[in-house]
Design a protein around this ligand. Structure first.
Ligand code: FAD
Length: 467
């Protein structure tokens, strides 16, 4: 029938923003429906964080098995069946997690509606199940969590051997040669995957450095790793055009005023993502959208329409899964009547899953100085950590940025094995206003990578034991 059904809260999109918002709103007592036009789990679970980390791990295990002679391990006939790798990623990682999320939604009594949502006005949404059939819903509150998609650049339409990150995650063969346009974290992570699997990789980066959002001494470690693995990094290189045949693809790029070409089996274009806000009927609901497609929101995630919220990749800030989930909880609580709740991104980490992993939280030394703090930066090299040595992965360091008088932790950067996990301790420290002394008074297990955080804190206090 075409009578609009009634809901308290409708969530559009089931990525790490949408599914978390739906579950939390339901836990807080609301009648919630989530609308998804694609697969449950959004970009993150299906074509983003999770499949990329699965391939990063497989490619790392492959590298390690090729190169453990120092440890007395000689695996001379290591080989790879990439289709099996892909099947493992799809059937044992991605689909397990997406099914898990679907179960969690059901367990929390969230109604799952499979279809494409469009606003009709600021309290009505229409969901199309296919071209002909649909259903309208009246809502009190809506949360827009429709995420983002890869940007297509002029002259490089995604077709054939010109692929986006989704294509790169789903290749069924290891390319002999791969060109990556864009040295941001997505391009660099995927470059690392195929370099580990033996591809000859070329990265074309338009600015002077890859991974511009991480500090140079961290990125240098990744560049060194890439050198060892036959990855060429072309900086200040602008991709101009592409031609492709059945067998290969050729990219023309400009560097230092000269034109060059590079041939490869595939070209991955990873130059950023664009919010999915163009096709939602936002104008019918009266929601303001900026020229770049992002929706402006207040500190609770509320758009200019008081009853409609937006979270995740459709709002300004880093396009990261944990940011989406964090904003989801704030929005769900605000909708459910929590007054004081507001976002605070100070202790939000960012991670790049390269070798070594890079992670950062809070302020860099430069940022803290610019804010007027008296700053001390204390850098503890992982080469002095017993656990890192026993893992045969000693590249990297922990750096603490502390305030000189109080020793309060203002920021931290970790480069090294398990940086993605180590950064959590430092996020807790910053979120709770802890000082270097609080860290040194905490007993850290031995031997562990986490001890290096304690060592960096001792260094900040001027009494280092292990350096
Ligand atoms: P999404 O996850 O994009 O979900 C949006 C959902 O909305 C989609 O399922 C879509 O189908 C649905 N939708 C859109 N329009 C409609 C409509 N009209 N009706 C119904 N449904 C609709 N982030 C990290 O934090 N760590 C990582 O390691 C990481 N790795 C990444 C690797 C890659 C290759 C990529 C591409 C991204 C990665 N990200 C990572 C980023 C992360 O995936 C995103 O920040 C995150 O998915 C954003 O979540 P979201 O909920 O805003 O949107």
């Amino acid at each position: 029938g075409d009578f609009a059904k009634e809901l308290d809260t409708v969530v559009i999109g089931s990525g790490p923003g949408g599914y978390v918002a739906a579950i939390r709103a339901a836990q807080l007592g609301q009648k919630v429906a989530i609308i998804e036009k694609g697969s449950i789990g959004g970009a993150c679970l299906n074509v983003g964080c999770i499949p990329s980390k699965a391939l990063i791990n497989a490619s790392h295990q492959f590298q390690v098995s090729l190169d453990s002679k120092l440890l007395g391990i000689h695996s001379n006939d290591t080989s790879i069946n990439f289709q099996e790798t892909q099947a493992w990623k799809d059937n044992h990682v991605v689909s397990k997690l997406t099914k898990g999320v679907e179960m969690l939604l059901k367990k929390n009594k969230v109604e799952i509606i499979k279809g494409e949502a469009h606003f009709i006005d600021s309290t009505t949404i229409r969901v199309m199940f296919d071209e002909a059939s649909g259903q309208s819903y009246q809502f009190k509150h809506a949360i827009i969590a429709t995420g983002s998609r890869p940007i297509e650049i002029k002259g490089f339409p995604f077709k054939g051997r010109v692929i986006d990150s989704t294509g790169a995650l789903n290749l069924q063969e290891i390319p002999k040669k791969l060109t990556v346009i864009g040295g941001g974290y997505i391009g660099v992570e995927l470059a690392g995957v195929y370099a580990n699997f033996g591809s000859e990789v070329t990265i074309l980066e338009g600015t002077s450095h890859i991974l511009p959002s991480f500090e140079r001494d961290m990125v240098k470690l990744v560049e060194d790793d890439f050198k060892r693995k036959n990855v060429s990094i072309m900086t200040n290189a602008t991709a101009k055009s592409v031609t492709q045949s059945d067998e290969q693809v050729t990219v023309t790029y400009e560097q230092d005023g000269k034109e060059h070409t590079v041939d490869s089996d595939y070209v991955l274009v990873s130059v950023g993502r664009r919010p999915n806000t163009d096709d939602l009927g936002l104008e019918l609901a009266g929601i303001k959208v900026a020229a770049n497609g992002l929706i402006e929101v207040d500190e609770q995630g509320r758009t200019n329409k008081k009853n409609i919220f937006a979270i995740g990749d459709v709002v300004p800030g880093a396009a990261l899964a944990h940011k989406a989930s964090y904003e989801a909880k704030v929005a769900a609580e605000a909708i459910s009547g929590s007054k004081g709740v507001a976002v605070d991104y100070l202790a939000m980490p960012a991670v790049c899953f390269t070798e070594p992993e890079l992670a950062t939280v809070g302020y860099t030394e430069k940022e803290a100085k610019e804010l007027g703090y008296q700053v001390k930066a204390s850098k503890f090299p992982l080469a002095g950590n017993g656990r890192a040595l026993s893992l045969n992965q000693t590249q990297g360091f922990i750096r603490l940025i502390t305030e000189k008088q109080s020793n309060a932790i203002l920021g931290a950067q970790v480069a090294g094995v398990s940086a993605s996990d180590l950064i959590a301790e430092l996020a807790v420290a910053i979120e709770n206003g802890l000082s270097a002394e609080d860290i040194t008074l905490t007993i850290h297990s031995h031997p562990s990578m986490g001890e290096s955080i304690m060592d960096a804190a001792e260094l900040a206090l001027g009494n280092p034991i292990h350096i």
